[in-house]
Ligand binder design. Structure first.
Ligand code: AMP
Ligand code: TRP
Length: 315
């Protein structure tokens, strides 16, 4: 089968991926690689907007590639690469900077959130959606599997493609977000969106002790019929029939329900963690994968940038 359509997505190397990242986005990467031409990258330049720590970045980048391999991304099927290995992406984002207006970017949720927190927002955070647009458009992606929180960013990429096509030449495809209805936003142990920045995550490769402690500390509302936050996380691991039965039989017994969830998460994570350990035995695996991915991504990006430069008159 020839893979006609292209899937592309990225994750920022900002710490250990969690169940929200996995069920919201990363699981789809693995499923899609069999039927699509797939590009999955480490968004290291994006992470620089919030984390300026060279050793931390090096470690988190390496760890994220190991995570990708452990969940089943196959470098023979998926082009796995590091964003900063393809300098054309920042070149393209500059061009997008020049065709985008300030008020339009000021409407981005991520910028508004950063602004609302007080302090001074860096320019990278402000133009973040345009670097992301360049990520997506440079490789002619059709589909972008992401969690609900990234929907607006994919819309920015579409609008940017339209603007470029209108201003210069029809050069860019219009990408679509791929967001699973069932897992739009996965809650963390405090009930808010599971997020590295809220410190409320269950990491994807947690140890058994971590799983136990984290699940036991899930905040429950004792007024409800069932502990909603426990149930929401549990629904990632079991179908609703199974769950209804468990939650009916244990009505009001929150400790039992948490124990059932601990058992299910542990059964799920244990083999993944083992696989990750095996892969990590090869000290050079990350370098090899990234080198291979970079060479393919660079070739595609170089060709596309030549067309872009021609379209804008910089050839
Ligand atoms: P990030 O860690 O911010 O780079 O996010 C990586 C991917 O995980 C993105 O596609 C996010 O939309 C997705 N994601 C992050 N947190 C959640 C969550 N709590 N629920 C669903 N998807 C999420
Ligand atoms: N902004 C995304 C996130 O925080 C990461 C990302 C960067 C991305 N470039 C992308 C996702 C391109 C999909 C496509 O999760």
């Amino acid at each position: 089968m020839t893979k006609e359509k292209t899937v592309l997505s990225g994750v920022q190397p900002t710490g250990r991926p969690h169940l929200g990242n996995f069920f919201g986005a990363m699981k789809q990467f693995v499923e899609l690689q069999n039927s699509y031409k797939t590009f999955i990258f480490v968004a290291d330049y994006h992470s620089l907007t919030k984390q300026q720590d060279p050793e931390g970045l090096r470690i988190n980048t390496k760890e994220l590639v190991l995570d990708y391999l452990a969940i089943g991304l196959d470098p023979k099927k998926t082009i796995i690469f590091k964003q900063s290995d393809v300098p054309q992406v920042t070149e393209l984002s500059w061009i997008f900077n020049c065709i985008t207006t300030v008020p339009y970017l000021m409407r981005a949720h991520a910028y508004k959130d950063a602004e609302a927190k007080g302090g001074e927002v860096n320019v990278g955070t402000f133009s973040y959606p345009l670097l992301m647009a360049a990520d997506i458009l440079l490789y002619d992606a059709d589909l972008v599997p992401v969690g609900q929180d990234q929907k607006q960013h994919v819309e920015y990429a579409r609008d940017t493609a339209l603007k470029f096509n209108r201003t210069f030449t029809e050069l860019f495809k219009l990408p679509e977000p791929l967001i699973l209805d069932t897992v739009k936003v996965i809650p963390g142990i405090d009930g808010r969106k599971m997020s590295k920045s809220y410190n409320n995550t269950i990491p994807l490769f947690s140890s058994n002790d971590e799983i136990k402690n984290l699940v036991m500390s899930i905040v429950t509302d004792s007024a409800g019929d069932k502990p909603e936050n426990v149930y929401a996380i549990h629904s990632l691991f079991r179908n609703s029939n199974d769950l209804e039965k468990i939650y009916d039989e244990n009505r009001g017994k929150y400790k039992n329900l948490k124990e059932a969830l601990i058992a299910d998460i542990t059964d799920f994570i244990d083999p993944l963690r083992k696989k990750r350990q095996e892969i990590a035995q090869d000290e050079d695996v990350v370098n090899k994968v990234l080198k291979h991915g970079a060479s393919i991504a660079q070739e595609i990006a170089t060709k596309k940038m030549l067309e872009v430069k021609k379209a804008i008159g910089a050839n």
